[in-house]
Write a protein that binds this ligand. Structure first.
Ligand SMILES: [Zn+2]
Length: 115
């Protein structure tokens, strides 16, 4: 019984997971969780200022946040977006975050949360 254990680390799924690892992953500036990029909402530092970019189409440096009010608010309170997007103004970030909040609150029913 000194054989190596069965190939636990090579489950058949690993091939599918291989595909998944090629998908870009980003860290939420609110909760710091790493998720697939397309699960997160993007903020872009465009030449015209910070914009909410949920479709991830705008050029420029991006910051990412989970599509939840909690993460967006955390990001706002922590100034995490400004840190991620160097040299942006607080007002621009706030406006962009509010735009994202509106996106979130229209795309999912608000739930009461007891903190
Ligand atoms: Zn988050």
């Amino acid at each position: 019984m000194h054989q190596a254990p069965p190939d636990l680390r090579r489950r058949p799924r690993d091939r599918a997971a291989g595909d998944r690892t090629t998908r870009p992953r980003r860290t939420c500036v609110g909760c710091r969780t790493t998720r697939d990029k397309d699960e997160l909402l993007r903020l872009a530092a465009t030449p015209d200022g910070v914009r909410a970019d949920p479709a991830a189409r705008l050029p420029g440096r991006g910051a990412y946040v989970c599509p939840t009010t909690a993460c967006i608010e955390t990001a706002a309170h922590r100034n995490a977006v400004r840190r991620a997007l160097h040299g942006t103004s607080e007002d621009e970030v706030r406006t962009a975050l509010e735009t994202l909040l509106a996106t979130v609150s229209t795309s999912q029913a608000p739930k009461e949360q007891h903190a």
